[in-house]
Design a protein around this ligand. Structure first.
Ligand code: MSP
Length: 523
């Protein structure tokens, strides 16, 4: 059995979770669920990044101790994750002194043993929003563009990590694809950044200024830099540096780190550098997604276009939020979402599409065939071939060259759509996989409209049964495909069709159980 280890970034918790965090989480969850369905031994990690100046100051503003504050904030992330049906196997918090600190410090010691940590005095511009040093080049009118604030001038003694030493090796590893970066454009972006020259990075801050964090081993006057403490979460959660490192042996290296484009450099440069220095295996891939915009603009309180994930969950449910985000945001690009668009997609794909097709099929199976349809004989199947050009889904022919018009819908779903879906999921093309799901559901809807089983049943019950069996088979295939997107709905649909727990595509008989509307239509 192949193992598959995937992670999300760990989130800063200075503010409640926003839509971008929800997005990264559901992208990762869709991949995790797909892998489990495939039979991989999967481990899916998420968590929170609780140290650093940003969190510390947010705690001060809230009038709480840092620990009280992060406990309350981390709970908000866990709550959102439950409402999104996230199937994470673990949740790591960097303030966890038992689970995280020993591994983070053990890794530091490895870098030190490799001769890659040195002390130096430093003067630089620190952007608290980024939790990173920035340069004059990064500023617009003296302020950080993303955070709208002038960076702080910092002059202090720090420990540095000799990242420069690993630049050429990292370049080789990325360009050869040993560390794969999806999409290609992000790979090129980081390669040209590396080719401009890799500088060493400040890896600690004086504890008197930043007392909230992991102490540097052997020098408590310094606190580990928040990224140097955060990145190792991917291994501390597996038990690296603790007495129980079973999971570390079983799952490391990560098969994919899912990240947003804003933190590519940390994951494609600093993290590989740390691992190379510590002589640990490197992750196999980075999936770099874009950002969610609202009405073409970055979400911001001032613009009033911030979409709160919890409000959307309250209104539409976590399933709908997952599905709309995964389908609407092109996985590798920035994507736009407005509340208006959300409602349109919800109605089209979920209420009128999936919900309505499931209701129609199950009602007809009940009304015409007492709640059960068996697999029709081969000659009946031949009379219920696809009726429409399937170009809407991007297939006009099947691989053998036979025209799609001449195959049954069940065959089309299983032999054409499903393999293409798998191919897209393997390449992390989540939004393109979603297109296939809702395209197939549309296809089923069109098939019902064309055969008109509600009329046909009066003249040819045998053929009607074959039509319903075909359409239901295709819906069951769709349910297997949308399980990673709509996990709770998939369970419901499989139960309605009587295929819960049955091996994919082996279905001979379908049921059509009564059920509450899966997705009530919005007016
Ligand atoms: N704590 C660091 C990550 C450490 S990982 C070892 C951090 N946290 S963050 O909370 O600021 O952002 C984490 C991630 O949230 C981003 O990389 C991205 O995946 C996601 N998003 C934040 N804003 C986003 C959007 N507007 N749209 C989509 N995702 C975005 O960086």
């Amino acid at each position: 059995m192949a193992k598959f280890y995937l992670t999300t970034p760990i989130y800063y918790i200075n503010a409640p979770p926003h839509l971008g965090h929800a997005y990264t989480n559901v992208v990762a969850d869709a991949i995790a669920r797909y892998r489990r369905q495939k039979g991989d031994d999967t481990f899916f990690l998420t968590g929170t990044d609780e140290h650093g100046a940003k969190n510390m100051r947010a705690a001060e503003t809230a009038g709480k101790t840092p620990q009280e504050f992060v406990d309350a904030q981390a709970a908000l992330f866990e709550k959102m994750n439950r409402q999104l049906s996230l199937s994470n196997d673990d949740f790591i918090r960097t303030s966890d002194q038992k689970r995280h600190w020993p591994g983070a410090q053990a890794l530091w010691k490895k870098l030190e043993e490799a001769g890659d940590i040195y002390k130096s005095s430093y003067r630089g511009l620190y952007c608290v929003g980024h939790e990173a040093f920035v340069t004059e080049k990064d500023l617009v009118n003296g302020a950080c563009e993303d955070h709208g604030k002038a960076p702080e001038v910092i002059e202090e003694e720090n420990y540095f990590f000799k990242l420069s030493r690993y630049g050429p090796e990292i370049e080789r590893i990325i360009s050869s694809g040993e560390l794969a970066i999806f999409p290609e454009s992000r790979k090129n972006e980081i390669l040209s950044f590396i080719r401009e020259g890799v500088a060493d990075v400040s890896f600690s801050r004086p504890a008197k200024d930043i007392p909230w964090g992991v102490p540097v081993p052997g020098d408590a006057s310094q606190t580990m830099y928040v990224w140097c403490d955060a990145l190792p979460n991917y291994i501390t959660a597996l038990g690296f540096g603790s007495s129980d490192s079973e999971n570390f042996k079983r799952f490391w290296p990560a098969d994919v780190h899912v990240i947003g484009k804003d933190i590519l450099r940390f994951h494609a440069l600093i993290w590989p550098g740390m691992l190379l220095s510590a002589k640990l295996p490197l992750p196999k891939a980075l999936l770099v997604h874009g950002h969610i915009l609202s009405g073409g603009k970055k979400m911001s309180k001032t613009l009033g276009n911030v979409i709160d994930p919890m409000a959307l969950i309250g209104e539409y449910g976590g399933e709908a939020l997952r599905s709309v985000l995964l389908g609407e945001i092109p996985t590798f690009d920035d994507g736009d979402l407005t509340l208006e668009r959300f409602a349109i997609v919800y109605n089209a794909n979920l209420a009128n599409g999936l919900g309505n097709v499931t209701r129609r099929l199950s009602t007809m199976i009940q009304n015409y065939f007492g709640g059960k349809v068996e697999k029709p004989p081969a000659d009946a199947l031949k009379k219920t071939l696809l009726t429409r050009s399937v170009s809407a889904l991007g297939f006009s022919r099947i691989s053998g060259g036979e025209k799609m018009e001449y195959v049954p819908l069940s065959y089309f779903a299983e032999q054409v759509v499903f393999p293409e879906y798998q191919a897209r999921m393997e390449k992390f093309e989540i939004s393109r996989a979603s297109e296939l799901i809702f395209g197939l559901i549309k296809e089923i809807d069109g098939y019902i409209q064309d055969y008109e089983p509600f009329k046909l049943v009066k003249t040819d019950p045998g053929k009607t049964k074959a039509v319903l069996w075909n359409a239901t088979f295709a819906l069951a295939v769709a349910a297997r495909m949308f399980e990673p997107f709509l996990p709770d709905t998939a369970v419901k649909v499989e139960d309605i069709l009587g295929v819960a727990g049955k091996e994919s595509f082996s279905w001979e008989v379908f049921e059509g159980k009564s059920h509450d509307l899966l997705f009530p239509r919005l007016r």
